[in-house]
Design a protein around this ligand. Structure first.
Ligand SMILES: Nc1ncnc2c1ncn2[C@@H]1O[C@H](COP(=O)(O)OP(=O)(O)O)[C@@H](O)[C@H]1O
Ligand SMILES: [Mg+2]
Length: 357
């Protein structure tokens, strides 16, 4: 395993700039996810690390060595893609051993290596079968086995689960993470699925339009989004204009439309700088709906439930406060509020993030 460093990588396709200066470190043995909407440049970045694409500028280092000009087959990387493309007319052993063909592995060592890879992906004994005799999830595990059989320094995974149906995808993400834990290989995983990223990653790199928006642990990017883009992409956020009324050493006091004054811990408002206006991010699940008044001193507003999206344990409410519509996700205790209900929305200042306007 090895550490990967990207230094100010750019990539242009003709006049189109797909990556605008990406700098990031992928620690040895860590699982890092490139997360962002379709077209933001995740695959392009991964392809540059793999050697399938050349950066327009910037450096890629693996284990401290600049590899920009090292050809793909000399980078010792394991690759897993969405269409895992097993060879249909070769058996599983041959499919897995394919990765070893162009390496100096003595022929007599191959069966043991294949067996070991199959053990790691928890599919022992399927050497003689053909891909069509395995389920989609099993085929995906074979694709993993093929990638890890070469004992790669880095494993690159481009939306490897997106071809699977929802249930299998959830199962496979646990399995895939377990495989990575077992071999401890530095892994770079691409997805547009925030829940996959939150569940699997040591670190998430959030991307938008060829830019890195934020790098942090799942908890950091979720609870301390650095930009409105990140706040909007991960989870459900309500984002409002606010005015700064007062500042002191450990908090800022804001005037939040409809909610009135709220004192926000400074740690939650580091993005505000010394601006007099800002934007407050209120997570849908951090707002609380009640049919009684808010606790004394808590910032709250009277609202009306406009729509209810029942989700079993949870309900997603669309509530209106005058001109303002907010989304609130709450656990259902007893019965959910019904459409038309008059409620109080209370916000928790400790759970809000304030950004520059
Ligand atoms: N070979 C290429 N030629 C021209 N444009 C490309 C090429 N590859 C990718 N792009 C463009 O670069 C942008 C990023 O693409 P990609 O990295 O595939 O995004 P993602 O994987 O995040 O969906 C897109 O606008 C895409 O159309
Ligand atoms: Mg892609």
């Amino acid at each position: 395993m090895a550490r990967v460093d990207l230094q100010n990588i750019t990539k242009s396709f003709g006049a189109f700039k797909a990556i605008h200066g990406a700098t990031a470190t992928f620690e040895e043995g860590s699982f890092t996810t490139l997360l962002g909407p379709s077209g933001c440049g995740k695959t392009t970045l991964l392809r540059m690390i793999s050697g399938l694409e050349t950066p327009t500028s910037g450096d890629i280092n693996i284990a401290g060595r600049r590899i920009n000009d090292v050809p793909i087959h000399k980078r010792n990387l394991g690759l897993v893609f969405q269409n895992y493309a097993l060879f249909p007319h070769r058996n599983i052993a041959e499919n897995i051993a394919f990765g070893l063909k162009y390496r100096d592995v003595p022929k007599s060592d191959i069966p043991a290596k294949v067996k070991n890879a199959l053990d790691i992906v928890r599919l022992p004994g399927v050497e003689e079968r053909y891909p069509s005799q395995l389920s989609g999830g099993q085929q995906q595990r074979i694709a993993m086995a093929r990638a890890i059989v070469i004992e790669p320094d880095v494993l690159l995974l481009d939306e490897p689960l997106s071809a699977l149906d929802a249930n299998l995808r959830d199962e496979m993400r646990v399995e895939l993470k377990a495989i990575q834990d077992r071999i401890g290989v530095t892994s770079i995983f691409v997805t547009h699925d925030q829940s996959e990223a939150l569940a699997m990653s040591d670190k998430i790199i959030v991307m938008s339009s060829g830019h890195i928006e934020q790098i942090g642990s799942p908890e950091e990017v979720y609870n301390h989004p650095a930009s409105e883009f990140v706040a909007g992409f991960l989870g459900t956020s309500n984002i409002l204009d606010v005015a700064v009324i007062e500042r002191n050493n450990d908090s800022v006091t804001l005037d939040i439309p409809n909610f009135g004054k709220a004192q926000i811990p400074l740690a939650q408002a580091s993005g505000l700088g010394d601006a007099s206006k800002g934007r407050i991010v209120m997570r849908a699940e951090k707002l609380q709906l009640t049919d009684s008044a808010a606790p004394e001193g808590a910032p709250s507003a009277k609202a009306r439930v406009e729509a209810v999206d029942y989700q079993g344990q949870l309900a997603r409410y669309f509530v209106r406060i005058g001109e303002l519509q907010l989304q609130v996700i709450n656990m259902i205790e007893g019965r959910p509020f019904s459409q038309g209900a008059e409620v109080t929305v209370t916000l928790s200042p400790d759970d809000c993030t304030v950004l520059a306007a």
